[in-house]
Design a protein around this ligand. Structure first.
Ligand code: ATP
Ligand code: TZE
Ligand code: MG
Length: 268
């Protein structure tokens, strides 16, 4: 048993024991998927975005996940209030810049939110991380046009700017903070055929950040679990509908042995 597998398992046991309340302001597409993934992992999700109540909700939650996938002015108002409150209370903030680079609205809102309350973890695909770092990156709506390795320099600059962790997901996941880099090579290409697997990675990162205040470790653990659960699900049946269901079962049934057997984690 490697130390890394043990440390991932310790976090999963904490999540299962504590069932931390994870406050999600997320998009209409993935609300159901990410709530179910958080439940299967052992956390307690709530999808709460009304500006009238987000501050109260942040104060009873263990982490805040903000995802800009289906943005409008009301969502933005809720995100501002929630992120400011999370900062004031020292709760971890995980940010998913879905589709940033595709429109000026997404670019402006992301820039404003980052300046308002620097996220502890940002998770995006390569196009999103490059766009967020100020590069004029090409994006195809919410899908990446680049491999994750193309965004490593951008992620490092973004991490220097926020002081937080930046995760680039893809065939290989890079988790970057300052000079530190961890690399997860788990996962399966079929995962791109289910909507919101990236958003799910972000939501799970919220659960790990709720139980592990070393956010570099928390993000690394979340990406490892994401990839391993994806592999287990594809092995049950390699098709998108089944993958979506079997992924939840894999999260729920995950064992320390499966993590130790499959973990593909290196540090650079
Ligand atoms: N080609 C691939 N090979 C192996 N695993 C992959 C591949 N592409 C994605 N994954 C897995 O899927 C996870 C989600 O990453 P992806 O980069 O596809 O998110 P995304 O583009 O933000 O998705 P979405 O916007 O739909 O939520 C990765 O962390 C990884 O585990
Ligand atoms: C498909 C889609 N469109 C807006 S958000 C979202 C979920 C995947 O990012
Ligand atoms: Mg995405």
């Amino acid at each position: 048993m490697t130390q890394s597998a043990q440390s991932i398992w310790t976090d999963i046991e904490r999540i299962r024991a504590q069932a931390p309340l994870i406050h999600n302001i997320t998009n209409f597409v993935v609300m159901n998927n990410t709530a179910n993934a958080l439940l299967a992992l052992g956390a307690s999700p709530a999808m709460v975005h009304a500006p009238e109540e987000v501050e109260d909700f942040v104060s009873i939650s263990s982490a805040l996940v903000v995802n800009i996938g289906t943005l409008d002015a009301t969502f933005v108002a809720g995100m501002r209030l929630a992120m400011r409150q999370a900062k004031a209370l020292g709760k971890p903030i995980v940010f998913d810049p879905v589709g940033v680079g595709a429109t000026n609205f997404r670019n402006q809102v992301s820039e404003e939110l980052l300046a308002l309350a620097a996220p502890d973890v940002i998770r995006g695909n390569a196009s999103e991380i490059m766009a967020l770092a100020g590069l004029n990156a090409q994006t195809k709506g919410v899908d990446s046009l680049y491999g994750s390795e193309a965004a490593v320099d951008a992620a490092r600059r973004l991490s220097a700017l926020t002081g937080g962790v930046v995760v680039i997901s893809g065939a290989t996941d890079y988790i970057i903070q300052g000079e530190k880099t961890s690399i997860i090579s788990n996962g399966h290409p079929l995962m791109t055929k289910v909507t919101g697997m990236g958003c799910t990675a972000t939501a799970l990162t919220g659960a790990f950040a709720a139980v592990n205040s070393d956010y570099f470790q928390a993000a690394t653990h979340a990406m490892a679990v994401m990839g391993i659960a994806g592999e287990l699900a594809v092995e049950k049946k390699p098709a998108p509908g089944s993958l979506q269901l079997n992924f939840l079962d894999a999260l729920y049934e995950l064992t320390e042995a499966a993590i130790a057997d499959r973990l593909q984690l290196t540090y650079a």
